[in-house]
Write a protein that binds this ligand. Structure first.
Ligand SMILES: NC(=O)c1ccc[n+]([C@@H]2O[C@H](COP(=O)([O-])OP(=O)(O)OC[C@H]3O[C@@H](n4cnc5c(N)ncnc54)[C@H](OP(=O)(O)O)[C@@H]3O)[C@@H](O)[C@H]2O)c1
Length: 236
């Protein structure tokens, strides 16, 4: 049996770093994709010092060329991929932003990172995931992107990007229904990270529980093309 390989974007801090550590501890080789060379290297060394099997790759998911080069580099080194976690994201707006006063350049940047990045990551890496016995794509969504809930917050660009991520999951799961690749959206809950802030109720270990489970649980426990929170399917 080949060792499982996972790729995680935004792996230098927050949920991405914690998932890198957890999956590597479970015996999975983790490709840590980070945009910042220095903090990426620091994060990578922290896990290397624990003798974990991790690899560092630098790429900004906002940059189309970076993603293409990342794919060329990884596919020349590895012949397959088992788990793709589209975790990297930004929320660049403050609470006063509405559609009426939105800065469209900021909107575009959020879309490029939070949505175009994952779309391109899927486009490039699905061929490698097809070579896995049990491929998984885990797209990080948010309660702020959940259409079935009354709106709980501002941040229009971020919310729209996360609703669109849910659409990406649905579309991909349908396109890949005759393959061994399962596709999920996940809401980690409100987690204490740089993005979640200090008042978030959940510690990072709780935030990574569902995505790590989606990445590692036996296939018969999971249904592709759904939105998960706390290990359960939730409404879109
Ligand atoms: N925390 C929460 O309460 C919460 C709730 C719901 C959903 N989520 C989702 O969970 C995921 C992880 O969030 P988090 O709380 O861990 O956020 P975080 O602490 O702010 O970390 C975000 C990560 O994304 C990376 N990133 C941002 N833009 C990037 C780019 N252009 N290219 C590559 N990497 C980039 C950051 O790298 P740099 O260090 O270079 O900036 C960082 O590693 C996100 O998708 C977020 O939307 C979080």
């Amino acid at each position: 049996m080949n060792k499982k390989i996972a790729l995680i974007t935004g792996a230098n801090r927050g949920l991405g770093f914690a998932m890198s550590e957890k999956l590597a501890t479970l015996g999975i080789k983790v490709i840590m994709v980070c945009r910042n060379k220095n903090s990426g290297n620091e994060a990578f060394l922290k896990l290397k010092e624990k003798n974990l099997d991790v690899v560092l790759k630098i790429a900004d998911v906002e940059n189309i060329n970076d993603i293409e080069n990342l794919y060329k580099n990884i596919s020349s080194e590895f012949s397959y991929l088992d788990i793709l976690i589209n975790n990297a994201a930004v929320n660049l707006e403050n609470e006063k932003v509405t559609i009426e006063n939105i800065d469209i350049n900021c909107f575009q940047k959020v879309m490029n990172i939070n949505l175009r990045g994952p779309v391109l990551m899927c486009k490039h890496f699905i061929p490698m995931l097809r070579k896995s016995e049990s491929g998984r794509i885990i797209n990080f969504s948010s309660g702020l992107g959940q259409l079935s809930l009354p709106r709980t917050g501002p941040y229009p660009s971020y919310s729209i990007s996360k609703t669109a991520i849910n659409a990406l999951t649905k579309i991909l799961a349908d396109e890949l229904k005759n393959t061994k690749i399962l596709v999920f959206s996940v809401d980690p809950g409100w987690v204490k990270t740089d993005m979640g802030g200090p008042y978030a109720p959940l510690p990072i270990e709780k935030g990574i529980d569902t995505p790590v489970w989606l990445a590692t649980a036996p296939e018969n426990e999971l249904i592709s093309g759904y939105f998960y929170k706390e290990r359960k399917i939730i409404e879109w």
